[in-house]
Design a protein around this ligand. Structure first.
Ligand code: SF4
Length: 397
């Protein structure tokens, strides 16, 4: 498994696979072919179907800067290798002098055709959750300590930075007002959710706070704000919402929360390594489902739960989102995405709670549910994998 630095990335929304990945592809291409007269970038598959709504063309053009570049949305060509495929070509006059095929594989990572996925070294010797748990048990480690043992104590400083950005994003989202860009006329709601807290009956208070925090990040992401992929931009609101809530309600320190982020990172990394965190590849179960599992594990870490209970928290959080489709209305990361972050945050709290009294009798391991999620995702029709032609994206008028 790669470093947690590869999982938690600071970047600009609204989409890790549709903006961060393509920008990285453009930068990679320009680093090798920066002196052409002109360029053509062809977006295919999900990148073509929802690239407009996600702002892929705008992000790619920005990455090319002053260079002349044309962005083409090719909705016809079938993507046989990966649903997020792009081709970058450079021209001198009318002659093509360079071409590169790149796959945006999720969470802002890219894979260049013909290369193996080499972004960053493998720093974790164990590849499955079971192996990690057995190693931790044998060495009397918690998952967060295991992460530090594999990556070095300096990883904590990186997590402090990640936590600062997450908190700032929530704070910014809680004061922002107005309508989100894109034409759906979606009103920002985070500030209102929190300001109406006093009117809420006691039993809805927790959910209202969690929703406000999740909406804050989701709305910042939708408007092109700075977010942390956890594990993606579209699902970036779940983990911060749960951790902000835990910090404020139970006075956990920032240091404790950074360690919880490490535990969440191990969970996210297992999914990213053995399955996918890409909505275009496996539907929303891979994005919000994984984010919910990460948040549940983080909370379980904060509560000092056992290794088994942490695993169960993550497992139950993902298991009950199996089959969740990706059907963003208008190809924008707004409906159902923003609200889905709030639902994910609430489910994460419930999952950690269930783990305190059900972990002993469980039958399904986290690795099993990750495998099921991947197989389910590959079986889902591509109408429900970030193409915006099925589900809500189709029936919402
Ligand atoms: S529906 Fe889920 S996977 Fe699809 S864009 Fe929205 S958050 Fe991402």
């Amino acid at each position: 498994m790669k470093s947690l630095r590869q999982l938690y990335k600071i970047g600009v929304g609204p989409s890790s696979s549709h903006t961060m990945g393509p920008v990285k592809a453009a930068e990679r291409f320009l680093s090798e072919h920066g002196c052409c007269d002109s360029y053509v970038v062809t977006l295919m598959g999900s990148l073509a179907m929802t690239g407009k709504g996600h702002g892929t063309d705008v992000a790619v053009k920005r990455a090319f800067g002053h260079r002349p570049v044309k962005v083409v949305f090719d909705k016809q060509t079938k993507c046989v290798v990966h649903p997020n495929t792009m081709e970058l070509a450079g021209y001198n006059g009318k002659t093509e002098v360079a071409r590169m095929q790149v796959f945006s594989i999720g969470g802002g990572d890219i894979l260049v055709a013909g290369e193996s996925y080499a972004e960053g070294e493998d720093v974790y010797p164990q590849g499955s959750f079971e192996e990690i748990k057995l190693f931790c048990r044998a060495n009397n480690l918690r998952y967060c300590q295991y992460a530090l043992q594999c990556e070095g104590e300096e990883l904590l400083e990186y997590m402090r930075q990640i936590w600062r950005v997450m908190q700032q994003c929530v704070k910014d989202g809680l004061v922002a007002e107005g309508v989100l860009p894109g034409g759906l006329n979606v009103q920002r709601r985070a500030k209102k959710l929190l300001s109406e807290l006093n009117d809420a009956s006691r039993h809805t208070t927790r959910d209202r706070i969690l929703a406000a925090y999740a909406f804050a990040t989701g709305e910042q992401n939708a408007s092109g704000g700075t977010v942390v992929t956890a594990p993606t931009c579209g699902s970036s609101g779940v983990v911060p919402a749960v951790l902000m809530y835990a910090k404020q309600q139970q006075a956990f320190s920032d240091e404790e929360i950074c360690r919880a982020l490490l535990t969440a990172g191990i969970v996210g990394n297992v999914v990213k390594t053995n399955a996918s965190v890409s909505g275009a590849e496996c539907g929303c179960q891979a994005e919000i489902g994984t984010a919910t599992a990460m948040a549940a594990a983080a909370l379980a870490e904060l509560y000092g739960m056992t290794l088994d209970e942490i695993e169960y928290s993550a497992e139950v959080a993902l298991e009950h989102q199996l089959g969740l489709t990706c059907d963003p209305v208008g190809g924008l990361v707004q409906i159902p995405c923003i609200e889905r972050n709030a639902v994910g945050a609430m489910r994460a709290v419930n999952a950690a709670s269930l783990a305190t009294f059900l972990a002993d009798s469980r039958k399904i391991s986290f690795d099993t549910v990750v495998k099921a999620m991947y197989e389910t995702g590959r079986d889902i029709s591509d109408k429900y994998r970030e193409t915006a032609v099925g589900g809500l994206a189709k029936v919402y008028k």
